[in-house]
Design a protein around this ligand. Sequence first.
Ligand SMILES: NC(=O)c1ccc[n+]([C@@H]2O[C@H](COP(=O)([O-])OP(=O)(O)OC[C@H]3O[C@@H](n4cnc5c(N)ncnc54)[C@H](OP(=O)(O)O)[C@@H]3O)[C@@H](O)[C@H]2O)c1
Length: 341
Amino acid sequence: MTDTMQRIVLASRPEGAPAHVNFRLEDTPLPEPGDGEVLVRVHYLSLDPYMRGRMDDAKSYAKPVEVGQTMEGGAVGEVIASNSDLFKPGEFAFGMFGWASHGVLPAKALQKLSPDLAPISTALGVLGMPGLTAWHGLTSIGKPQHGETLVVAAATGPVGSMVGQLAKARGLRAVGIAGGPEKCRLAVETFGFDACLDHRAHPDAASLREALAAECPDGIDIYFENVGGKVLESVLPLMNVGGRIPLCGMIAWYSGADLGDRNLLPAAWRAILVKRLLVQGFIIFDAYHRLPDFLEEVAPKVASGEVSYLEDITEGLENAPDAFMAMLKGGNTGKTVVKLV
Ligand SMILES: NC(=O)c1ccc[n+]([C@@H]2O[C@H](COP(=O)([O-])OP(=O)(O)OC[C@H]3O[C@@H](n4cnc5c(N)ncnc54)[C@H](OP(=O)(O)O)[C@@H]3O)[C@@H](O)[C@H]2O)c1
């Protein structure tokens, strides 16, 4: 066994969009597991939009990554040493190992995976945090009803594609929004959306709204909010009275909002008031107790192919920063993962 490992640390805090200078690849001694801990060799690392927030020194629902610390992230891999009865070497686990080739965590902090039931990388996407996010946000806040219309952007990503498929399974009209014609084709053909609009083909919110109105002739009952920005501006006036907005993310503004001298708040507030909208933010870490129920419903459908998923796989830890920066701008198609082994 090697006595060193690799990790990517936060080298400096970004101003605006992250750049190479904000990341550094380091060699470091392999840690030894203490009592009750296991050492895992990471096979797949998850790259997620929330990591952009951890790079800022701002008060949020989670602590920022300190400069010089390993970038935070979930990963799956093989147990190579164990000081716990809960895991044997050779078993597979999900844990928050960060952007690193190896990691030590308490066995109790890990989720055991069965590679026979699903490829282990799915624990990072369709059967992991993003899938659970879609399912929880839709069922607990969106409260979908047969015959309603739902809109979601980032429609081919792990959250948006799951929202669309769950909505279709519950008898809704599902309209996706995605970046580019190829993603829109995938949204319809692979994920079963009734229609998908390319937000890049519309220069402003008014133009996107006109196209959305045509695809949502009965208005919008649920807007699953992933992106903010131009999409949010286009959707709000089309919401029906009593509509629901699970506020999951606002990736268009994660690296700062460039609104010029426009102030969107009065129009947004007015739409919420006159349409009596329910807007509820949620952070999935508060709802992890629902993971078993989510897996009970969705894991068999993934196994049977009834629920589809796409993975965007980059090879090599050293390429994680590029994959991450690309994903934030829509360069990914499907769940962004880095393959290390
Ligand atoms: N609340 C929670 O607990 C929670 C948990 C997980 C995820 N989330 C949020 O859910 C959202 C989706 O996450 P994901 O993991 O499924 O990401 P993802 O879809 O794999 O990747 C992000 C996507 O956002 C889209 N995007 C980027 N900038 C955009 C812009 N200016 N306008 C419109 N779309 C833009 C791009 O898709 P296109 O190329 O199709 O535009 C990009 O591929 C993110 O906002 C994330 O932060 C929240």
